[in-house]
Write a protein that binds this ligand. Structure first.
Ligand SMILES: Nc1nc2c(ncn2[C@@H]2O[C@H](COP(=O)(O)OP(=O)(O)OP(=O)(O)O)[C@@H](O)[C@H]2O)c(=O)[nH]1
Ligand SMILES: [Zn+2]
Length: 196
């Protein structure tokens, strides 16, 4: 079982009631025409954007192939939408996920790397933890020689409110195994990742 996989199911009725309360709290009338279906819609949207809480990300990495490939596998520019756990607004950008297959040479499906990003992103998150969780899932499931994950994102909590710095970009990385031990391997991977 992956980290934090088994939690209570989504409580739709409770979410609808909570959104309705929030609308009243901000001074709106939840009975007016434009808002009548909003609690229902927002509940469904929350179920989708936090859907990763109810799926075990490790299971998507069960698909592996014996390709006998022991060099870098890197998927760049995976679109990523997550939700800042402090303000419940979006942070979004791209994730880059790379790994060096282990001695067995087994690789996973490329889409599975993007699925792992998605499942961890669909939780209340901070960018640093999201980056580390993706790296650690790959370490657990693929027994790789190394893993590197880089996420570049804009936080709407810094753009639309608070300090109001739209365009500010946050980069986080998580390196494991060979990418942690060898500055040369890390620099080569980062060069490929950040090359435009
Ligand atoms: N390290 C980290 N910080 C984050 C992330 N997302 C949001 N934050 C920060 O979390 C902090 C929360 O600070 P608080 O002082 O508790 O909350 P706040 O008064 O709303 O803070 P401001 O955003 O500065 O107005 C802010 O500095 C946010 O920028 C993240 O993914 N990683
Ligand atoms: Zn925030």
């Amino acid at each position: 079982m992956g980290e934090g996989a088994a939690i209570a199911a989504f409580d739709h009725e409770r979410a609808v009631a909570a959104v309705r309360e929030l609308l009243i709290a901000v001074g709106e009338d939840p009975e007016r025409e434009g808002l009548i279906k909003t609690p229902e819609r927002v509940a469904r949207a929350f179920q989708e954007v936090f859907g990763g809480l109810h799926v075990d990300p490790d299971e998507v990495l069960d698909t592996t192939f014996g390709e006998d490939h022991d060099e870098l596998v890197l998927v760049k520019d995976i679109p990523m939408y997550s939700t800042c756990e402090h303000h419940l607004v979006s942070f979004h950008g791209v994730a880059h996920v790379g790994y060096l297959p282990g001695a067995s040479g087994r690789v996973t499906g490329l889409s599975k790397l993007a699925r792992v990003v998605d499942l961890y992103a669909k939780r209340p998150q901070v960018q640093e933890r999201l980056t580390a969780q993706i790296a650690d899932a790959l370490v657990r499931k693929l027994d790789p020689r190394g893993v590197i994950v880089v996420i570049e994102a804009e936080h709407l909590c810094m753009a639309m409110r608070g300090i109001r710095k739209p365009g500010a970009s946050t980069t986080t990385s998580a390196v494991r195994g060979a990418f942690k031990d060898s500055a040369t391997s890390r620099a080569e991977a980062l060069e490929l990742i950040l090359r435009r």
